[in-house]
Ligand binder design. Structure first.
Ligand code: HEC
Length: 183
């Protein structure tokens, strides 16, 4: 009997190990913890994918703003590309692709409502005025993870200055703000 005891002990040990593996949080969660932000944040790869999406969207919005301005907006009385930006963001939001805003960073917006409102927007405008081209943060909306990002909007062409005469060409005019779900 005494020769069996170590075996029994081994079997028991195996049982405890099995309980430990099944009854408690499984190991893979711990292994993946390194890929997560501290606490219960989304995994790093998902955040990186969302950053890549922001980059693409930012190029797209800026691309059509410049194209619309160049192609259609010949004078101050014409509808600016900023109006299209608002409509496209509203369309994207309706289709649950997150939200976006074009806001002022100069203190003199053409429309009063286009000022930084949230804490993130205010911090982003300060950072962009300080020379940053891009800032983001991971947060939550309705309990789900989101990436909030801001990119600089300079007065990239002479037409911008026609309607926003308080800045010089090339100077910072505003920021594009994105809040995208992290999936
Ligand atoms: C035809 C005039 C016109 C031109 C050209 C124009 N804008 Fe605007 N812009 C406006 C108007 C009007 C608004 C306010 C739109 C609204 O909120 O309805 C605006 C809003 C903005 C805002 C949000 C802050 C604010 O002032 O309300 C930014 C940033 C901006 N424009 C950047 C640009 C850039 C960059 C260009 C050049 C690519 C440009 N604009 C060209 C008229 C113009």
């Amino acid at each position: 009997m005494s020769r069996l005891t170590p075996r029994v002990a081994l079997v028991l040990a195996a049982c405890f190990a099995a309980v430990a593996l099944t009854g408690f949080p499984p190991r893979p969660e711990f292994a993946a913890a390194d890929d997560k932000a501290p606490g219960t944040g989304p995994d790093k790869a998902a955040v990186e994918r969302t950053r890549a999406t922001v980059k693409m969207l930012d190029d797209l919005h800026k691309g059509y703003v410049v194209t619309i301005t160049d192609t259609y907006v010949k004078a101050q009385e014409r509808t600016p590309a900023a109006t299209v930006v608002k409509k496209v963001f509203a369309h994207m939001e309706k289709n649950r692709h997150g939200t976006g805003r074009l806001i002022d960073a100069t203190g003199s917006p053409l429309r009063e409502g286009n000022v930084a409102k949230t804490d993130f927007e205010k911090a982003a405008v300060a950072a962009i005025k300080g020379g940053k081209g891009y800032v983001d943060e991971v947060g939550t909306k309705d309990g789900k993870p989101v990436l909030r990002a801001a990119t600089v909007v300079p007065a990239v062409m002479p037409a911008c200055v026609n309607c926003h005469p308080h800045v010089k060409e090339g100077e910072v005019l505003g920021a594009l703000i994105y809040e995208l779900p992290i999936r």
